[in-house]
Design a protein around this ligand. Structure first.
Ligand SMILES: Nc1ncnc2c1ncn2[C@@H]1O[C@H](COP(=O)(O)O)[C@@H](O)[C@H]1OP(=O)(O)O
Ligand SMILES: [Mg+2]
Ligand SMILES: [Mg+2]
Ligand SMILES: [Mg+2]
Length: 335
């Protein structure tokens, strides 16, 4: 049996079920209701439900593994949290089998199992139950992201992207793609509906002129202006593909785009490990390279954040050095 085979299959089941609960919340609370512009509650319900489901699956299979999860149950407790708690409870159980159903207390307990501080020793999971909350609300891209970190190094990543087409050549075809990677074993994708996996890899472009950028929709999360300047230096003329969430890591890993930059927009923002753990391993296993904007490897050994890093540069290995050089040229001119 290959290394981490059990972890791989548990992570796949957990992410699939969590992705289904997100789809169900979207159908129940977003698609069928008129939302006021600032009503973020549907995504909150989906966030909590997805974290409860994944932590329950992980705890059942690996009771001693700690979890670094983005959410905690504070907003679901007491009288103030009653309405939200009831929604999370009913929507979570709506996708679970009869034997798996959870009580309200079990849901709260499961969510709070994500309170681990992280660090350099031993193994722990890193979970972003929904990455790309804005994408979720727009019916655009979002991702359920789970990674296993051992002694500070990401060893396994599974990402569910409910709105990403299975076949990029058929944008109106089946949606719901799962991305799976284990260190040293390559990168794979499959649909939500069929377990057959296909190996994925970066496109085989050799020059930056042929490249396409994949960037955040939100300019507040990564500077569009700096990206445009970098594109110019690299001779890129194709328009950037903009999408929310870690689906950007997935897209470049299967060759839909070639470069993903997260260019700091503030001096104070610190990236979180759950936003990059699974995506960065997917990229390296698919033939790409990832560092921060200073060319330093992402350091997952510090705790819940990537405190030692600034921004992210991910690209096809063949063009990576030129991309990083241009990133540094543009960013250093801003200092
Ligand atoms: N100022 C910021 N710079 C970079 N990333 C940010 C910033 N503020 C929030 N984020 C995170 O960016 C991710 C979404 O990125 P994108 O726009 O590329 O889809 C989310 O995980 C979000 O965190 P959070 O989940 O706390 O909102
Ligand atoms: Mg996130
Ligand atoms: Mg999130
Ligand atoms: Mg968040």
């Amino acid at each position: 049996m290959s290394a981490l085979a059990t972890e791989r299959s548990v992570a796949i089941q957990a992410v699939l079920q969590a992705s289904r609960v997100c789809q169900s919340v979207f159908q129940h609370l977003v698609a069928n209701e008129t939302l006021t512009k600032n009503d973020k509650s549907p995504v909150t319900v989906a966030d909590f439900s997805a974290q409860a489901i994944i932590n329950t699956y992980l705890h059942k299979a690996f009771p001693n593994d700690p979890i670094v999860g983005e959410e905690d149950s504070k907003d679901l407790r007491g009288d103030a949290g009653k309405i939200l708690r009831e929604k999370v409870h009913s929507l979570t159980n709506g996708v679970l089998d009869e034997s798996e159903k959870l009580s309200e207390d079990q849901i709260l307990e499961a969510i709070d199992r994500g309170n681990y501080a992280g660090g350099a020793k031993g193994r722990h999971w890193a979970l972003d139950p929904i990455d790309g909350t804005k994408g979720f609300l727009r019916g655009g891209q979002y991702a359920v992201c789970l990674a296993l970190i051992v002694d500070g190094q990401v060893q396994l990543g599974v990402m569910g992207t409910p709105n990403l087409p299975v076949d990029p050549a058929k944008p109106d075809g089946e949606k719901g793609t799962l991305f799976i990677t284990v260190r040293g074993q390559g990168a794979f994708q499959r649909s939500f509906s069929t377990p057959t996996e296909t190996k994925i890899h970066f496109s085989d472009i050799a020059t930056t002129e042929e490249a396409t950028f994949c960037e955040s929709v939100e300019a507040g999360h990564s500077s569009h202006g700096d990206a445009a300047e970098i594109a110019k230096l690299l001779g890129i003329s194709r328009p950037s593909v903009r999408m929310d969430s870690q689906a950007k890591y997935c897209s470049i890993s299967r060759g839909d785009g070639d470069i993903y930059l997260r260019l700091p927009t503030s001096k104070t923002y610190v990236e979180k490990i759950w936003d990059h753990a699974s995506g960065s391993l997917l990229v390296t296993e698919a033939g790409g390279k990832v560092t921060d904007v200073n060319g330093k490897p992402l350091d997952f050994s510090i705790g819940r954040t990537l405190e030692a890093n600034k921004g992210v540069v991910a690209a096809n290995t063949k063009i990576f050095d030129r991309v990083l050089e241009s990133v540094q040229k543009v960013l250093s001119s801003k200092l």
